[in-house]
Design a protein around this ligand. Structure first.
Ligand code: SF4
Length: 142
């Protein structure tokens, strides 16, 4: 039993086994999608993450490695207050990207003199980023 669980976890961690969009994605080494969402949707935890909007191929299917500088640091450091709904929305983003999102959204909020981060501000910040930078992890609006 213990070995079966261990084997399953090793399979989940092996990016080479990912299928569909996540399998061919340039960002799979730093993202790999949410295995729970893949399982919930298809009963195959190696399938693509159905909530991701990124279509692989934009970077010629070549693996992309982001440095800490590129991700604005991985740790989350809050400088502004966040309303509860905004915090909950943040939890829907892959964990490795949250630090980057917090910094980006807070920078946007400060530039617009917003004293607190709300869901509406997160959406505004998201719209301002799309098309300007390389952000593959944005969730589909559900
Ligand atoms: S960016 Fe999207 S397609 Fe690529 S690995 Fe992550 S969830 Fe999968």
């Amino acid at each position: 039993m213990k070995n079966t669980v261990k084997r399953r976890y090793n399979k989940i961690r092996d990016r080479l086994l990912l299928k569909c969009r996540c399998g061919e994605c340039e960002f799979k080494s730093i993202c790999s999608g949410c295995r729970a969402r893949a399982y919930a949707e298809t009963q195959d935890y190696l399938d693509e993450d159905p909530s991701c909007i990124y279509e692989p191929g934009k970077y010629d299917f070549k693996e992309i490695i982001l440095t800490e500088k590129d991700t604005l640091g991985i740790e989350i450091t809050y400088r502004l207050p966040w309303e509860k709904k905004a915090q909950n929305r943040l939890l829907k983003i892959p964990s490795f990207a949250r630090g980057m999102v917090v910094k980006g959204v807070e920078l946007f909020a400060e530039n617009h003199d917003y004293p607190e981060v709300t869901v509406e501000i997160m959406k505004e910040a998201r719209k301002s980023v799309i098309g300007r930078t390389m952000v593959p992890f944005l969730k589909k609006e559900m």
